[in-house]
Design a protein around this ligand. Structure first.
Ligand code: MSP
Length: 475
């Protein structure tokens, strides 16, 4: 059986879940469900990134020990994902002792291979990004992603990983499809970005900290802890060891946001090469949601939480809005006004209206579609466009294909006017409409699993439609 392993980033617990996190996780869930539908054996991983200065600071502010704080926020993420009907196979927490142990073993291996050396380092550090930055990265002395955080001056002895040594190998691995280490960086613009940065030459990477107690100790030097990003990236690998699922390696796709591309498309692969582990097949870096044209931030007060979306649009409504605004290549502008408009047009008036219209017609025409013939596999799934857009994560286009079927079925009913016909004649039109709706439901399974199930129950199981599936929303 074909295997498929997909991951999301593991989210920092210094923040509560917001629509940005939900974007990546919902989309990963859609991809995972699609591969299950194709009959593949899927492993879908998500989790939380719990070490480092940023988390320790936030715990202190909350008046909790780092571990208690992590327990709380991590629970919050798990709760949100279960509300959004996310079917992950494992939730990794980097404070899991098994993870910590495997990380130590891994780094020890790199050390023994001669890829780690000690050196005094002086530099600037952004706690928000949890990374060293250079003067040229800053705007007015501040990090563009974290303008509210002070840049720290650090000067300490650290252990360094010989990242620079791997640059030529990585360039070949990305460029040459026949290279034994080949991996894809998607979309195309992101691949070019990574390659050009690699070609300009890259420095080695500091992989330990002398003054960050909330981390995993360096096994041969207890005065230092492992750099939080090294610890975090390894989650994709440690999880499979922890859960005895090593045959899922290498990952088929690491789905991430564009701001953490370098870690995933360069640092991660270099670490794996150093220990002789095969490389993931694809890194897909999507762009970001902007809220009404602005970055989402606590200080601007424009953060949208998944719970707020669920309250207004329901679980499937939220999943739909996220999928249809997926920032594939460019940042995507979202906001309440757009969401309400899109939801009403496509779900309340489009899909929801069609379902209730046909369900009601079945009732008035005394036609209960029990055991309607199974659509073994929907023609939409077999349809080349659906598949190819889906494989490329072009969800907008997949949904367009499906919505064409919805419109087609609306037109069918409008022209055939079954309500004016005898029961016998109306049934012919209703049969066709039901077949279409079942196909639409099947194609929607990865996106709107709850609705897809409801469609099956009504139009194959003869269950009555009790309430409108997508009641109209207002601002
Ligand atoms: N802990 C690191 C990741 C380690 S993975 C080995 C981290 N965490 S994070 O909490 O900051 O999450 C970042 C990720 O959340 C992004 O890469 C993206 O997947 C998602 N998003 C955060 N804000 C987003 C938007 N505004 N829009 C879309 N996705 C966003 O970085």
């Amino acid at each position: 059986m074909q295997k498929f392993y997909i991951t999301t980033p593991i989210y920092y617990v210094n923040d509560v879940p917001h629509i940005g996190h939900a974007c990546t996780t919902v989309v990963a869930d859609i991809i995972a469900r699609y591969h299950k539908l194709k009959g593949e054996k899927v492993f879908f991983l998500t989790g939380t990134d719990e070490h480092g200065t940023k988390v320790a600071e936030e715990a202190q502010k909350a008046g909790l020990s780092p571990k208690d704080f992590c327990d709380q926020v991590s629970q919050n993420f798990q709760g949100t994902w279960s509300k959004l009907n996310i079917e992950y196979d494992y939730f990794i927490r980097t404070t899991n002792p098994d993870h910590e142990k495997i990380v130590q073993e891994f780094i020890e291996k790199i050390y023994k291979n001669g890829d780690i050396y000690k050196e005094k380092y002086e530099g600037l550090y952004c706690v928000g990004c949890e990374k060293f930055v250079t003067e040229t990265d800053l705007i007015d002395g501040k990090c563009s992603l974290h303008p509210n955080k002070e840049i720290q001056k650090q000067s300490e002895e650290n252990y360094f990983f010989k990242l620079s040594k791997y640059a030529p190998i990585l360039i070949e691995a990305i460029e040459d499809k026949n290279n034994r280490n080949h991996y894809q960086v998607c979309p195309q613009a992101k691949k070019e970005e990574v390659l050009s940065k690699l070609k300009r030459g890259i420095p080695d990477l500091s992989i330990s900290r002398a003054n960050v107690p909330w981390g995993i100790p360096i096994p041969w030097d207890k005065n230092q802890t492992i750099y939080v990003w090294v610890d975090a990236l390894l989650n994709y690998y440690t999880t499979l060891k922890i859960t005895n699922n090593e045959d899922f390696w290498p990952a088929d796709i690491h789905l991430i946001g564009k701001e953490i591309l370098w870690f995933h498309a360069v640092i991660w692969e270099a670490m794996l090469l150093s220990t002789g582990i095969s490389l993931p097949k694809e890194i897909f870096a999507h762009s970001l949601y902007m809220i009404d044209g602005q970055k989402m931030s606590k200080s601007l007060g424009n953060v949208i939480s998944p719970q707020e979306l669920i309250d207004k649009f329901g679980v499937d409504g939220t999943r739909y809005l996220i999928a249809s605004s997926f920032p594939y290549e460019k940042d995507s502008d979202v906001g309440w006004e757009r969401f309400v408009e899109k939801y009403n047009a496509d779900l309340a008036n489009g899909l929801g209206n069609l379902i209730s219209r046909v369900a009601k017609l079945c009732e008035t025409k005394d036609y209960f579609p029990k055991n309607s013939p199974p659509t073994a596999i929907s023609y939409l799934l077999e349809n080349g466009d659906y598949q190819s857009h889906m494989e490329k994560l072009e969800f907008n286009l997949v949904l367009e294909e499906i919505w064409k079927e919805i419109k087609k079925t609306d037109v069918l009913i409008n022209t055939k006017r079954p309500w004016e016909k005898s029961n016998e004649e109306a049934k012919k039109t209703l049969d066709e409409a039901i077949r279409n709706i079942l196909n639409i439901g099947y194609a929607l399974k990865p996106f709107l699993p709850g609705t897809a199930e409801k469609i099956e129950k009504i139009f194959r199981g003869g269950e009555k439609l009790e309430a409108t599936l997508f009641p109209r929303a207002t601002l």
